[in-house]
Structures are given as structure tokens and as C-alpha cells.
Design a protein around this ligand. Structure first.
Ligand SMILES: Nc1ncnc2c1ncn2[C@@H]1O[C@H](COP(=O)(O)OP(=O)(O)OP(=O)(O)O)[C@@H](O)[C@H]1O
Ligand SMILES: C[C@@](O)(CCO)CC(=O)[O-]
Ligand SMILES: [Mg+2]
Length: 395
């Protein structure tokens, strides 16, 4: 019989092409996975390597290393009369469970610069204890994504953690091939996605579910009120991503939009309806057949206009930032169209790069943006969703 020595999960970040924030209020949004991944490796110790039993989490991107004796975790959960560990029974983090988790997280002294990390650690502990229980492990997390920048780092984290934990628990139906990345069957993606959503709730407060869904399933999705439609993405889309490097927090921005909606319910509902129409039209354009460069240019022209309209409505929601405006102004000087992506308030901006735009011109735009202190990159759109891998030892 083989013993699992190391399990890994990886999940991509995402771009929201249209509909962020409005999607939380029931509008359609459109998102695509990004070729940038968060990886989670889980190593299970033996009685010799960790005789007393510990849970260690090493968050490489944040330079944060945390460790709890398993007995301490069990003691923290003792006040709960009934805590069920069951990978197949997805549950929400109740306020009682959150209190137990907070007693563990509050013991840690996070550096001020990584304050937002406590919600990520809480989400991790909730998923870990719910899926595998009070067992020892060392968990190493690293990501290609900039954290807290609108590219879905929280969702990629929750999806990769859920995928790796479910694989470790034996709950996934896998044809295990050691060492290689395995794609998941549809029913397995579904359970990974459900757990990841529960983690996202801890980080985002009130997530729509679009970020974890596109990270779990990959490719391009249309999303409305919790329902996913896969988009046949044949239309060639190139996006320049510009990171303003202005830090922000999705939970606070989502809460801010909800407050504005409760102050101005009629006006904001009209804004959300307009976003819905823009997302639906964008999805139709992306799926429409095209024949030659002229028809591609015509479709790109429509996408640009819709991006501009969506950006205007995001401004109405109050999630813009002077750094985002600086990127918009710069790219419009090159006759290019941009919009913020993700929660806004800083973070990343997308710029559509028309098919016929020369690489020389793209370089010029990048140089201009980078001279203002922004960071630009091109990334592939619409790749694989969550994957897992195993390393085993023979007992
Ligand atoms: N690699 C990681 N290591 C540790 N924590 C992470 C990691 N990735 C994400 N997180 C958690 O997610 C939080 C950032 O999530 P947040 O939702 O604010 O931004 P985002 O997901 O990058 O952007 P958006 O939600 O707009 O797409 C971090 O503060 C941390 O708690
Ligand atoms: C701002 C938001 O719409 C997208 C963040 O990537 C929040 C969500 O949908 O959960
Ligand atoms: Mg997020």
C-alpha cells in the first residue's frame, strides 16, 4: 500500500472582463482564468519527523511562517459540542467555529504590512480542520499572482487549498499518476469549488462566487446569481495587465458598494442593470463567429466601447482610484481602451490590445506606464482550472 508523502494543488487567478461588483448584486459578469497560479504543497510528517504533532503553514509570498501544536488546535475547538470533519459535507464557517479559529489566529503577531493575512489564515484553518481534521502537516503556499490586486489571489488560494486537502483526504476520484498535474472530473471540481467558496466568504465577506468558480473550472465563464455558463472563447483576446501597486482589500470595497446601494437603491439598481446588459453583449461578441482581420477589428471596436462603459459604471459604484485614472489616461493617449479589473480601489487595470497593434506600439505603452511606477505584463487567458498532484512512498 502506498502512503501519500506530498500532495499539491494549484489553481489559476482570473481576469474579470466585465461585471465585477454588479455580479454581487445579481448581474451577469464575464471572467477568464489567467496563466498565473497559486500552488499549495502539503507534506505529511511521520511519527519520527514530528512526534508531538504540529500544523505548520508557510506563506512564502508574505514571508509568514505559523505553527500550532495539534493539541492546541484541538483545545481551541473543544467548546464546540459537535464539529464534524467530513470532506464530502460542505459547511459554512459559523460564528462559533470562527470564534475557535480567531482564538488561534489572534495568538499570532502579524507584521503590520501583512495585516490582511489573518483572513487568509482563518480561511485556511477553516478548510483544513473541516476537510482533514486534527492531523499534522506542513503546508507551503506560493503564488505567481500579485496578492490583493484584483487578479483573484484569494480565490486561487482557496481553490488550491481545497483541491490539495480534498486530494489528501482521499475524497477525490483520481487516476493517480505520481508527479504529474491531474485535472479533475466535473463532480470533483464541483466539491472543490463549494469548499473554496466557503473560504472566499471568510476573505471577501460577501463573494458572488465568480472568482472561485473560474479558478476551479478554468477557461472563460459567464456568471450570474451563482450560475455558471461556459463560454466558447474562440475570439482572440489580448490584454495588457497593469498593476497600479496600490494595495486594497476586496472585502472593504464590496461592503462600500453595498452601502452605496442601500443609500441609493433605485440609481444603483439601474447601474447594476446596465452592467448586466454590457456583460451579456460582451459574451455574445466573444462567441460570435469572425472571418478576417476586418471582422476582428469591428468586434474589437465593440468590446472597447463596452469596456469603456463598464469602467464608467464602476466609477459610479465608487471603486475607482487616481492611480487607475492615470492608467486610463495614459492608454487613451495611445487610443487604447482600459478598465479596472477585480474589486478596484487600486490593483490591476486591463487594456485591450487589438490584434493588429504592433509589438513596437505595445512596448511604447508599457514603457510609458512603467515610467510612472506601474508594472505591466501580458498573460495567457483561459487556461486549465484547479489541478492536483501526488508524491507517494511505499510502506
Ligand atoms: N498566496 C497567498 N498566501 C497567503 N494569503 C493569500 C495568498 N493569496 C491570497 N491570500 C489572501 O487573500 C487576501 C487578498 O484577497 P483579496 O480578495 O483582497 O484580493 P484579490 O483576491 O487578489 O483581488 P480580487 O478579489 O479583487 O480579485 C490576502 O490578504 C490574503 O489574506
Ligand atoms: C468585486 C467582485 O465582484 C470581484 C472581485 O474579483 C467580488 C465578488 O464577485 O465576489
Ligand atoms: Mg479576492
Amino acid at each position: 500500500m502506498d502512503n501519500i508523502k506530498e500532495v499539491a494543488g494549484r489553481a489559476p487567478g482570473k481576469l474579470i472582463l466585465c461585471g465585477e461588483h454588479a455580479v454581487v448584486h445579481g448581474s451577469t459578469a464575464l471572467a477568464a482564468s489567467l496563466g498565473l497560479y497559486t500552488q499549495v504543497r502539503i507534506q505529511t510528517p511521520t511519527a519520527e519527523t514530528d512526534p508531538d504533532g504540529h500544523l505548520t503553514i508557510d506563506l512564502r509570498d508574505l514571508n509568514v511562517l505559523l505553527q500550532w501544536p495539534i493539541q492546541r488546535i484541538e483545545a481551541a475547538f473543544k467548546p464546540l459540542e459537535e464539529f464534524v470533519v467530513d470532506p464530502l459535507c460542505v459547511k459554512s464557517c459559523s460564528s462559533d467555529i470562527m470564534q475557535c479559529i480567531a482564538s488561534l489566529v489572534n495568538e499570532e503577531d502579524f507584521p503590520e504590512a501583512v495585516f490582511g493575512v489573518s483572513t487568509g489564515v482563518s480561511a485556511f484553518l477553516f478548510l483544513y480542520i473541516s476537510i482533514v481534521g486534527f492531523k499534522s502537516a506542513t503546508v507551503i503556499v506560493s503564488s505567481d499572482l500579485p496578492l490583493g490586486s484584483g487578479l483573484g489571489s484569494s480565490a486561487a488560494f482557496c481553490v488550491a487549498v481545497s483541491g490539495a486537502l480534498l486530494a489528501l483526504s482521499g475524497a477525490l476520484d483520481l487516476d493517480a499518476l505520481q508527479g504529474s498535474w491531474l485535472s479533475l472530473k466535473q463532480n470533483n471540481r464541483e466539491i472543490v469549488n463549494k469548499w473554496a467558496f466557503e473560504g472566499e466568504k471568510i476573505i471577501h465577506g460577501r463573494p458572488s462566487g465568480i472568482d472561485n468558480t473560474v479558478s476551479a473550472y478554468g477557461n472563460m465563464v459567464k456568471f450570474k446569481s451563482g450560475h455558471l455558463t461556459h463560454i466558447e472563447h474562440i475570439f482572440p483576446i489580448r490584454m495588457l495587465i497593469t498593476n497600479t501597486k496600490v494595495g486594497r482589500n476586496t472585502k472593504a470595497l464590496v461592503a462600500g458598494v453595498a452601502e452605496r446601494a442601500s443609500r441609493h437603491p433605485k440609481a444603483m439598481s439601474a447601474v447594476f442593470d446596465a452592467v448586466n446588459a454590457i456583460s451579456e453583449e460582451m459574451a455574445d461578441i466573444i462567441q460570435a463567429p469572425f472571418s478576417d482581420d476586418a471582422s476582428i477589428s469591428a468586434q474589437e471596436g465593440k468590446l472597447e466601447e463596452l469596456m469603456e462603459m463598464n469602467q464608467g459604471l464602476l466609477q459610479c459604484m465608487g471603486v475607482c482610484h487616481p492611480a487607475i485614472k492615470a492608467v486610463l489616461q495614459t492608454t487613451s493617449r495611445f487610443k487604447l481602451y482600459s478598465k479596472l479589473t477585480g474589486a478596484g480601489g487600486g490593483g490591476c487595470v486591463l487594456t485591450l490590445l487589438p490584434k493588429l497593434l504592433s509589438s513596437k506600439m505595445i512596448e511604447k505603452v508599457k514603457v510609458d506606464l512603467e515610467s510612472q511606477g506601474f508594472q505591466c505584463f501580458l498573460a495567457t487567458i483561459g487556461g486549465e482550472g484547479v489541478q492536483v498532484s501526488f508524491q507517494c512512498t511505499s510502506a
